[in-house]
Design a protein around this ligand. Structure first.
Ligand code: FE2
Length: 185
């Protein structure tokens, strides 16, 4: 029995669920585990967004009515990413961090709901199953080119240090690699 290849909508839904689970797991986690988990969350989210910008939104723009929706969704992604960049150097145990993360979490979940209604509906209506499978293959490929960077443990920080680490560098590296991949295609 061969499992049918997943289409782009299935793959995006799976990623949305994984990212939502990461958000839920950060809520109430032990303070010393927050930097590591926040790093993994940012890694997964930016990888997903970058691959969407490369594969999903260009396809959406070709569908009647898709361009305005693509613009709105990309704008939301950029705002979320800027909020993440602003969190670099925050103390993970601070009220400032908790407030900033709550804003990011709400925006990410709202963005996912918007995508699941309009983006998925338009793509499903305008693209055949085989085209959606091909989009899925390209999306997975774009995501896979960005290597996973483990959270850096600063060698000279005292135990219990909960600084998030170089989030801006992480975001830029993922974006650069996915972008170079597109240029090389
Ligand atoms: Fe998105």
């Amino acid at each position: 029995v061969t499992t049918p290849a997943p289409d782009i909508i299935q793959l995006l839904l799976d990623d949305h669920r994984k990212i939502a689970a990461m958000i839920a797991s950060l809520d109430g986690t032990a303070p010393e585990e927050v930097p590591e988990r926040f790093w993994s969350f940012t890694n997964a989210l930016v990888r997903h967004e970058s691959a969407e910008e490369l594969v999903v939104y260009p396809a959406l723009r070709k569908v009647p009515g898709g361009a305005a929706i693509a613009d709105d969704r990309i704008h939301e992604q950029a705002e979320i990413e800027q909020a993440l960049r602003n969190m670099e150097k925050m103390d993970a145990q601070s009220v400032e961090f908790a407030d900033a993360f709550a804003v990011v979490a709400t925006a990410v979940l709202k963005h996912a709901v918007a995508e699941e209604s309009d983006t998925f509906r338009l793509l499903h209506g305008a693209r055949s199953r085989s085209e959606r499978i091909e989009l899925g293959r390209r999306y997975e490929e774009a995501k896979a080119v960005a290597p996973t960077h483990p959270h850096p443990m600063a060698p000279d920080t005292p135990p219990g240090n909960t600084i998030l680490g170089p989030i801006v560098g992480l975001i830029d590296r993922i974006r650069d690699v996915v972008h170079d991949h597109a240029v090389g295609e």
